[in-house]
Design a binder for this molecule. Structure first.
Ligand SMILES: *Cc1c(COP(=O)(O)O)cnc(C)c1O
Length: 362
């Protein structure tokens, strides 16, 4: 089945009771048992049919065999790290999502898990022999650096480690890490998968049965599960993923070629696909602040991946939890502006940015 069809149909069947075409919101915590201990469904932390439909659809979209959903992207990240033991070593990309960085360095470091941050987009990077897990985000956030997943998977497997790829930015429409040798795919479904900025969620996808078993056990034991309404909204968003990504991509490409020509832009960063664009404005931080406050179609907000366009200043907003010296060392300039290009009409997006360039000039 092709992606456009999978995101609409995978894991979903007309409701057996009524024939409802859409998977219902099974808003229940518990299920009647036929005999004591005999039931298809028992308790909604463990299983819920709306969640199962979403999990199966995501697994299919990422070419995996198991999908496991969580209450947020970070709850999914947390689950992967909980499979490790004190003393284990993790190699992590050096400009990962700020919340992932915070979780690794403040929550898990004190449990004796060792995190080393390196530039995984560097093709000559070596993976140390004691590595248990490699954590890659590609494209990265906000510098949109890309990593060769197949090569990184080979290097990681050569030392007996596992490769996890945060595929939130690329989505399975543009990149399917499991097909390239990764062991685990992570999504903040809050972003492109949900696609409408109306729900927070996360997911892990794998084809490794033993890993899936650990993730499912943790999902039930720790309990960071998404509610049925959140699963329904995410599943509804997922149906249009392919068409949305096409338009995000078209609009972003068009803005990139337009901005590349401008003298007031120092540099434009774009990985060549998708809806995320970063750029450095010629001027100081004040000019960048004037720019992001001047837009009206682009809303000044954190997050990304919704149908509406968003604009933000990573140094002050999404990456404020990364220490300034670390930001500087990896190249997150104070004047760096990140756009999540939505699916509005391109003329309106361009006109909005034109106004912002004028405001930035003062
Ligand atoms: C948002 C995000 C996360 C965290 O997900 P939440 O749903 O906010 O918990 C992780 N990775 C990336 C790349 C993200 O953009």
């Amino acid at each position: 089945m092709k992606m456009e069809t999978k995101v609409i149909h995978a894991g979903q069947h007309p409701d057996p009771l009524t024939g409802a075409v859409m998977t219902p919101v099974y808003q229940t915590s518990t299920y009647a048992q036929k005999h004591p201990g005999v039931a298809d469904w028992e308790y909604s932390r463990t299983h819920n049919p709306t969640r199962t439909a979403l999990q199966d659809c995501l697994a299919a979209a990422e070419s995996g065999t198991h999908g496991i959903c969580f209450a947020s992207g970070l709850a999914a990240v947390d689950t992967v790290i909980r499979t490790l033991e004190p003393g284990d070593s993790v190699i992590c990309g050096d400009d990962v999502y700020g919340g992932t960085y915070r979780l690794f360095t403040t929550v898990f470091a004190k449990y004796g898990i060792k995190f080393t941050f390196v530039d995984l987009s560097d093709p000559s990077i070596e993976i140390p022999a004691d590595t248990k897990l490699v954590w890659a985000e590609t494209p990265t956030n906000p510098l949109l650096k890309t990593t060769d997943i197949a090569s990184l998977a080979a290097k990681t497997h050569a030392v007996g480690g596992l490769l996890a790829v945060d595929n939130t930015f690329a989505t399975p429409v543009f990149q399917r890490p499991l097909e390239l040798g990764a062991d685990i795919v992570l999504h903040s479904t809050t972003k492109y998968i949900g696609g409408h900025s109306d729900v927070v969620g996360g997911a892990l996808i794998t084809s490794n049965d033993a890993l899936a078993d650990q993730f499912t056990t943790l999902q039930n034991s720790v309990g960071a599960v998404p509610g049925p309404w959140d699963c329904f909204l995410t599943l509804r968003g997922l149906k249009t993923l392919s068409v949305r990504m096409q338009r995000h991509d078209e609009n972003a490409k068009s803005l990139v070629s337009w901005m590349d020509q401008r003298p007031d832009v120092a540099s434009v960063i774009y990985p060549g696909f998708g809806g995320m664009v970063s750029f450095v404005l010629n001027g100081d931080l004040d000019a960048a602040v004037r720019f992001v406050k001047a837009t009206t179609v682009f809303t000044l907000a954190e997050s990304l991946g919704g149908v509406e366009s968003l604009i933000e200043l990573p140094a002050i907003m999404t990456h404020a939890s990364v220490p300034p010296e670390v930001r500087a060392s990896i190249g997150i300039d104070d004047g760096l502006i990140r756009l999540s290009v939505g699916i509005e009409h391109i003329d309106d997006l361009r006109a909005d940015l034109e106004t912002a360039f004028a405001s930035a000039r003062g």
